[in-house]
Design a binder for this molecule. Structure first.
Ligand code: SF4
Ligand code: SF4
Length: 104
């Protein structure tokens, strides 16, 4: 058993840094608030963005015989922009996600 030195207060969890109880998303605090938006018309399916994403959140999907990058787990995206920077075809734009679906 470890005891605190006499005269010193016992260390306690700092409520300012400990985070709210039940916070389940570890990426939430690191997130910039922006997510990659991939333009399927510009995307060639080259895969550079897939390779650049450290948490492996992007993959290639074939739609109508054409490969295109897709973001599989937006809730884990840190918003680091690595994928957008690496895309040689400028097919990725970092955007704030819409809070509601598209109109109409
Ligand atoms: S790097 Fe750009 S062009 Fe290549 S797969 Fe990703 S989004 Fe598409
Ligand atoms: S912004 Fe970063 S974490 Fe998010 S998909 Fe792109 S490379 Fe991955």
């Amino acid at each position: 058993m470890t005891a605190s030195p006499p005269g010193l207060p016992r260390p306690v969890a700092d409520p300012m840094t400990a985070g709210p109880p039940g916070a389940a998303d570890p990426a939430a605090s690191r997130r910039s608030g922006r997510l990659p938006s991939i333009d399927p018309d510009r995307c060639t399916g080259c895969g550079w963005c897939v390779a650049s994403c450290e948490p492996h959140l992007l993959s290639l999907e074939t739609v109508r015989w054409k490969k295109s990058a897709v973001l599989d787990e937006p809730q884990r995206c840190t918003g680091c922009s690595d994928c957008a920077v690496k895309c040689p075809f400028r097919a990725i734009t970092m955007r704030r996600p819409a809070t509601a679906g598209p109109p109409g």
